[in-house]
Design a protein around this ligand. Structure first.
Ligand SMILES: [Zn+2]
Length: 269
């Protein structure tokens, strides 16, 4: 039996939620790292957002071509701005094949245990923000543990391939993110759980004081609950109260206050 480390927590949840036949997809672990703040000036954030929006807009045309030229599995388009902080990566938009964030650093937060060094990293600005988020939680009496942050393309590929070997491509796709489509590959996403380490990337994390605190405060640190409840048809993922995505404070506050997803944010514009 395999204990597979899924970094795109999402896979696991989908599995748990009823894709009959998919079974044990195990969990993740922890880590920690460190680094210092990185502040985003409003201008820079605005540029990033504009750039990302433009890129999304551009992909429409580009996508038409892709559909006719390299219509590989599922007509997924490649994002043009993988390094943009608000980059949209999902089941329809993937990172370029050779993309690796250039500014990965260790976070300074506690991880669950036995977490590989890779998973303890995030992009510099996100790592600084998550350090602050953990400190803020602690100040409010909320104890958090990190489960998994960055996942390299190689790791995701190995993981996905192991599922394909086990269950076949079509089946694997229903519960595991295709390489390039996991937000964890951006270095901007992190899975967290309660300080007791229970419910790591599990449904039971929902409704805990820690999950509630995150819903109320994550945006103050630039993070959104990326796969909210009730938005499954938009995000393509079941509710994942533990999966945080860094988008920058301004954008996080906007998205959270409107009760929308990153997908809806881009569609709105
Ligand atoms: Zn995740």
């Amino acid at each position: 039996m395999m204990t597979l480390l899924i970094s795109g927590c999402s896979e696991k949840i989908l599995n748990a939620k009823g894709y009959p036949g998919q079974s044990e997809v195990t969990s993740e672990v922890k880590a920690d790292t460190h680094n210092k703040d990185a502040k985003h000036s409003n201008d820079q954030m605005q540029n990033n957002v504009e750039q990302a929006k433009q890129s999304v807009a551009n992909t429409s045309d580009e996508n038409m071509k892709r559909h006719t030229t390299d219509k590989n599995q599922d007509g997924i388009q490649v994002v043009f701005n993988p390094e943009s902080i608000p980059v949209l990566v999902n089941k329809q938009n993937k990172l370029p094949e050779n993309y690796k964030p250039a500014d990965l650093v260790y976070t300074d937060i506690p991880f669950v245990s036995d977490v590989t060094n890779e998973k303890r990293k995030m992009r510099r600005v996100a790592a600084a923000a998550v350090n602050q988020l953990f400190a803020g939680a602690k100040a409010d009496g909320i104890s958090l543990l990190a489960v998994s942050a960055y996942r390299s393309h190689e790791t995701q590929t190995t993981l996905f391939n192991s599922y394909v070997n086990r269950d076949g491509y079509e089946k694997a796709r229903t519960y595991s993110a295709l390489p390039g489509t996991s937000e964890h590959e951006t270095g901007l996403a992190i899975d967290v759980t309660s300080g007791n380490g229970k419910c790591a990337a599990e449904n039971c994390f929902g409704g805990t004081p820690e999950a509630i605190w995150l819903e109320q405060h994550a945006a103050e640190y630039g993070f959104i609950i990326r796969y909210p409840q009730g938005k499954e048809s938009i995000t393509g993922y079941q509710y994942e109260p533990w999966h945080l995505r860094y988008v920058g404070k301004e954008l996080a506050l906007e998205i959270t206050s409107k009760g929308i997803t990153l997908e809806e944010y881009y569609n709105e514009v």
